[in-house]
Write a protein that binds this ligand. Structure first.
Ligand SMILES: *[C@@H]1O[C@H](CO)[C@@H](O)[C@H](O)[C@H]1NC(C)=O
Ligand SMILES: *[C@@H]1O[C@H](CO)[C@@H](O)[C@H](O)[C@H]1NC(C)=O
Ligand SMILES: *[C@@H]1O[C@H](CO)[C@@H](O)[C@H](O)[C@H]1NC(C)=O
Ligand SMILES: *[C@@H]1O[C@H](CO)[C@@H](O)[C@H](O)[C@H]1NC(C)=O
Ligand SMILES: *[C@@H]1O[C@H](CO)[C@@H](O)[C@H](O)[C@H]1NC(C)=O
Ligand SMILES: *[C@@H]1O[C@H](CO)[C@@H](O)[C@H](O)[C@H]1NC(C)=O
Ligand SMILES: *[C@@H]1O[C@H](CO)[C@@H](O)[C@H](O)[C@H]1NC(C)=O
Ligand SMILES: *[C@@H]1O[C@H](CO)[C@@H](O)[C@H](O)[C@H]1NC(C)=O
Ligand SMILES: *[C@@H]1O[C@H](CO)[C@@H](O)[C@H](O)[C@H]1NC(C)=O
Ligand SMILES: *[C@@H]1O[C@H](CO)[C@@H](O)[C@H](O)[C@H]1NC(C)=O
Ligand SMILES: *[C@@H]1O[C@H](CO)[C@@H](O)[C@H](O)[C@H]1NC(C)=O
Length: 493
């Protein structure tokens, strides 16, 4: 910790003109005239009263009600032990086919602008032609199709668990537990604030759904320590965020997409903050990936134990779980030394075990390159995983009861497992799967790059076992679903 004397001398030394140093290799002519000199003197030791500035007394007008108070909802936690009253995903009155057939590009999607000049008459000054929802139509902030309804209902299930989850960790672990994980009272207040953000998100999504909006459920969490709580949060918010990126531009209602994007921007910040609390690089990628709704639902459902009577059910698929046998443990400074199944349980997003021997843990280290306590950013001298790493996999058979009241059933329509699909950033990369037994096999982490210099596979990413290597891109990724055998999460960095 800096003493006041050290701090003052640091300020003084800042006065000396910094010697020009090539801070960024290959980047020249960086200098421009800088005339400011750093202030000197001792830092403040007393605070206030401040200057009395011009102000009036004002109070907020009545704000719209929230659907939930800050901590309302679930009163119990743990697994469900009853009998489901209904079974299977929500079904449409009729289902027309089994897979979406590929079509040629939309014939009207031909706009191209080579000269940078406006090509069409502008409706009014300073307003280029085009856009959706720009012609004066009154916005309607309501879901506008079954697709919209089911997508936003899924999002609402996610917001509700986040509200309970963030509060739950604060409720079950002590101040000392948090301090041992390097998290202070200010950090706990921040997590509490994130929980309250969820009351707003849940209200927003409920309002866009209407009276059938699902309520909060009860949950069954996997963590046993603060580190595991944080790890679970960074995984859960990862698929929460990516689940939305996967469908937001497919929504019929642009108005719903508008508001949803303004809530998911907050969720993205939550995800990054939880990574930082786990001592991971905050965002070791250039792009955040999108996944299909059925993927988000497959990850989420195992952590919901029961929902109230008549809760609106979801139409999405629950895929069988895929287990990464040698999933790297972010609590280790030597991730290569992670033991098989070094996770707290069998559910796909279960956190890495934090109860490893003290001399193998990075949590309380201060050594650059090895420390993994909470920080804005850490370097890892030994990466969690790397291209070419052998990745051993096992996966569950379909037909298992999962989700609220054990009332959904895992299913797959895929044929023989042949590939591992890696979904990260803008990319879907397939690697061949070598089968080693019934529902087990291995592959090697791919080295594909999004653009030169950006290895696609990093951060908390998504993997699936598939029966084909169908070429897909971010906007048609959901066409992978009929080919998915099992679905997992991959902790790449
Ligand atoms: C205005 O745009 C919407 C789509 O954003 C479209 O549905 C509607 O037909 C348009 N209205 C007119 C009068 O062109
Ligand atoms: C992932 O990002 C971290 C942090 O930037 C980096 O150290 C690591 O090498 C990256 N992994 C890959 C496979 O590029
Ligand atoms: C789920 O189980 C709970 C507890 O047994 C029960 O109260 C609730 O009605 C069930 N929900 C559904 C949708 O069946
Ligand atoms: C559930 O729905 C049934 C049928 O509409 C209704 O009779 C019952 O009161 C509802 N239960 C709750 C708790 O809302
Ligand atoms: C982890 O394993 C890889 C592959 O065998 C190896 O190249 C790397 O050096 C190992 N890491 C350390 C720190 O030994
Ligand atoms: C995980 O699954 C395997 C195989 O399905 C089973 O043998 C094992 O008991 C399960 N472990 C836990 C902690 O549930
Ligand atoms: C790391 O730094 C913290 C805070 O300065 C200190 O409490 C802790 O003892 C240090 N740990 C080691 C292993 O040096
Ligand atoms: C952190 O890693 C980057 C490369 O990923 C390296 O250039 C830099 O020197 C490292 N910084 C420290 C303090 O180790
Ligand atoms: C992965 O599987 C291969 C082949 O079955 C085996 O040789 C290897 O030891 C396994 N590695 C781990 C880390 O379990
Ligand atoms: C990764 O995605 C980019 C952008 O869509 C694409 O240009 C590139 O070919 C993809 N790379 C691989 C290996 O799929
Ligand atoms: C998905 O979109 C890409 C264009 O981005 C196209 O080349 C590919 O054929 C599409 N896949 C399917 C299965 O339609």
């Amino acid at each position: 910790m800096l003493t006041k004397a050290v701090y003052a001398s640091t300020l003084l030394s800042a006065l000396a003109v910094a010697a020009p140093a090539p801070q960024v290799p290959g980047y020249s002519d960086a200098d421009f005239p800088v005339t400011v000199s750093a202030p000197t003197g001792a830092p403040a030791s007393s605070f206030g009263p401040d200057s009395q500035i011009n102000a009036v007394v004002t109070t907020p007008a009545s704000a719209p009600p929230r659907r939930s108070s800050d901590v309302t909802g679930a009163t119990s936690h743990g697994p469900f032990s009853g009998t489901p009253t209904t079974t299977g995903a929500e079904k449409a009155p009729t289902t027309i086919g089994t897979a979406i057939a590929p079509l040629p590009p939309n014939p009207t999607a031909t706009y191209y602008n080579a000269d940078g000049k406006l090509q069409n008459p502008a409706p009014i000054p300073y307003t280029p032609n085009g856009g959706l929802g720009t012609n004066g139509t009154e916005p309607r902030y309501m879901v506008n199709s079954d697709f919209d309804f089911e997508s936003i209902a899924l999002g609402l299930y996610q917001e509700w668990i986040e509200l309970d989850l963030f509060n739950n960790g604060l409720a079950v672990f002590s101040e000392e537990d948090f301090l041992e994980a390097g998290l202070t009272a200010e950090d706990r207040s921040y997590i509490a604030f994130m929980a309250i953000q969820e009351t707003g998100h849940a209200t927003l999504l409920s309002n866009m759904l209407g009276e059938a909006a699902p309520p909060q459920c009860t949950y069954n969490y996997p963590y046993r320590t603060v580190r595991e709580f944080i790890d679970f949060n960074q995984k859960l918010t990862r698929w929460g965020e990516s689940g939305v990126w996967g469908f937001i531009n497919h929504l019929d209602s642009r108005e719903v997409g508008q508001l949803l994007s303004q809530s998911i921007a907050t969720e993205a910040r939550q995800q990054m903050s939880f990574r930082q609390m786990l001592g991971l690089h905050p965002m070791p990628v250039w792009f955040e990936t999108g996944i299909p709704q059925s993927w988000a639902w497959s990850y989420l459902a195992p952590y919901i134990s029961s929902c109230p009577e008549n809760t609106t059910r979801l139409a999405w698929q629950n895929f069988p779980a895929l287990h990464v046998v040698n999933q790297a443990n972010p609590n280790r400074f030597s991730p290569n030394d992670t033991a098989d199944y070094e996770v707290v349980g069998n559910r796909t997003a279960d956190p890495a075990r934090s109860d490893i021997p003290a001399d193998e843990s990075c949590v309380n280290l201060n050594t650059t390159g090895y420390a993994c306590g909470p920080a804005i950013a850490h370097n890892r001298s030994e990466p969690l995983s790397f291209p070419g790493k052998q990745v051993n996999l096992t996966w569950d058979a379909p037909g298992q009861a999962v989700g609220p009241n054990n009332s959904y059933v895992t299913a797959t329509s895929a044929g023989q497992p042949q590939f591992v699909a890696w979904v990260a950033q803008l990319n879907l990369t397939y690697t061949p799967l070598t089968i080693t037994g019934e529902n087990s096999g291995y592959t090697y982490q791919p080295a594909s790059e999004v653009y030169e210099g950006d290895p696609a596979m990093n951060g908390t990413a998504f993997i699936a076992i598939t029966d084909s290597d169908l070429f897909l891109t971010p906007f048609n990724l959901s066409m992978i679903n009929p080919h998915v055998v099992a679905l997992g999460l991959y902790q790449a960095g």
